[in-house]
Design a binder for this molecule. Structure first.
Ligand code: FAD
Length: 372
């Protein structure tokens, strides 16, 4: 796709990680259609990423990592999302959960989770609940106090990659207040039959039932430091940007190969006029997402609100680019074998995932109106 030089660059000494991911992403793209059709968790791809040392490299230096930048995180997620959005989403949830546990746990537990990540163990986010929706950070399920902490009887929803998870970043209400824990998956956790999603099917985003699952006091997380940027919040916009870029690529492939007596579909004035502004919107969203990663690397308190503003735009731009690809692709793009129909379904998920676009719109609008 046509690209322009961005002011936010991956640090030169981290570029090799992006080269590695770009090379792996090409092989991941080979299974994106079949993983979607079969709703199959691409666990081999996720393990391949871990085997390169990438997951470990995101850990803080004191835990054996390289403290890779948010600039690199963003480009890794964008590259993966363009090739295989489910890999990008499950990987982001995994690295975000692990990083949060290492950053917010007590020292011994932080090192335990870091060692587990270094050993290739997998992490998921178990935050969403049946009645929680966009208020997923305020659990409505009360944990019962026991000798060494609490136990939780309840359900979690939409837990991406949970079937392969060894550990969960999980929340509950404790003494009336939100509390976040590192939880090791054990036989108190079960998986009712899956209710498959229509897009992002290979995330295997699904429900979990908790039957007196231990929430150990020793694994209660502290609130994040004020200058800590959550990896998932920073990375979320890049998932939608990767999907938007793949929509424009699929559109271009079709439009430039579809012949008519007048030339190709790509020669048609209406196609050019529709593609131009959507491409510019994708570029605008990407610049905003890259600015978010820059703010996070500066440890700026603006990083998290700017990420919400960016996700709001990027989610809608992905839907717009995918809808345009459907329009240009016509009946051919509607065929099950076309990448366009899969990209269209995948593009809807970002806007639904918390904070959803309507929820964010109200939030961001309030910030604008309240600003001095
Ligand atoms: C593919 C996928 C993967 C996911 N992976 C995970 C995961 O790994 N871990 C996890 O914990 N969760 C995950 N989730 C859950 C997700 O992040 C959200 O929590 C969940 O989708 C939101 O649920 P809801 O639509 O029921 O929200 P609700 O808040 O009930 O919203 C319902 C509808 O109302 C709209 N709405 C809400 N507020 C407003 C408002 N103020 N104005 C106008 N409209 C509004 C929403 O946009 C939505 O359309 C995943 C979801 C999906 C789809």
């Amino acid at each position: 796709m046509l690209t322009r030089l961005s002011p936010v660059q991956v640090p030169a000494h981290e570029q090799h990680w992006l080269d590695t991911v770009e090379s792996l992403a090409k092989t991941f793209a080979e299974t994106v259609a079949s993983d979607d059709a079969e709703a199959r968790l691409p666990i081999d791809h996720l393990r391949a990423l871990s085997a390169t040392g990438l997951d470990t490299a995101f850990l803080p230096i004191e835990h054996g990592g390289e403290a890779l930048s948010y600039a690199t995180l963003g480009q890794v997620v964008r590259t993966l999302a363009a090739a295989h959005p489910a890999v990008a989403t499950v990987w982001l949830m995994h690295i975000g959960a692990a990083h949060a546990l290492v950053s917010c746990s007590q020292p011994a537990e932080a090192e335990f989770f870091a060692a587990e990540l270094r050993a290739g163990k997998r992490f998921s986010n178990a935050l969403s609940e049946p009645a929680g929706g966009n208020y997923f950070l305020n659990s409505q399920q009360d944990a019962e106090a026991v000798e060494d902490g609490w136990v939780l009887e309840g359900r979690k929803l939409f837990v991406s990659g949970s079937e392969a998870a060894d550990h969960l970043f999980l929340n509950s209400r404790v003494d009336g207040a939100p509390a976040f824990f590192g939880v090791t998956v054990d036989d108190t956790i079960s998986f009712p039959p899956i209710d498959e999603t229509s897009g992002m099917r290979a995330t295997r985003s699904r429900s979990m039932t908790l039957s007196r699952t231990p929430l150990l006091a020793s694994r209660l997380c502290a609130p994040p430091a004020p200058d800590y940027s959550n990896l998932i919040t920073v990375g979320f916009g890049f998932v939608s940007i990767g999907i938007a870029e793949s929509a424009l690529d699929a559109l271009k492939d079709y439009a430039t190969s579809r012949r008519s007596p007048q030339g190709t579909l790509g020669d048609a004035q209406w196609v050019k006029s529709d593609v131009g502004p959507v491409w510019a919107e994708v570029r605008a969203a990407r610049l905003m997402a890259e600015q978010v990663s820059w703010l996070a690397d500066q440890k700026s308190p603006d990083a998290m609100p700017a990420a919400t503003e960016t996700k709001m735009l990027a989610n809608e731009v992905a839907k717009k680019a995918a809808a345009l690809a459907v329009r240009v692709g016509g009946g051919s793009g509607y065929l099950v074998r076309s990448p366009i129909q899969r990209i269209f379904r995948d593009a809807q998920a970002g806007a639904l995932m918390a904070y959803s676009v309507p929820f964010s719109e109200e939030l961001v609008g309030g910030w604008v109106l309240d600003a001095e």
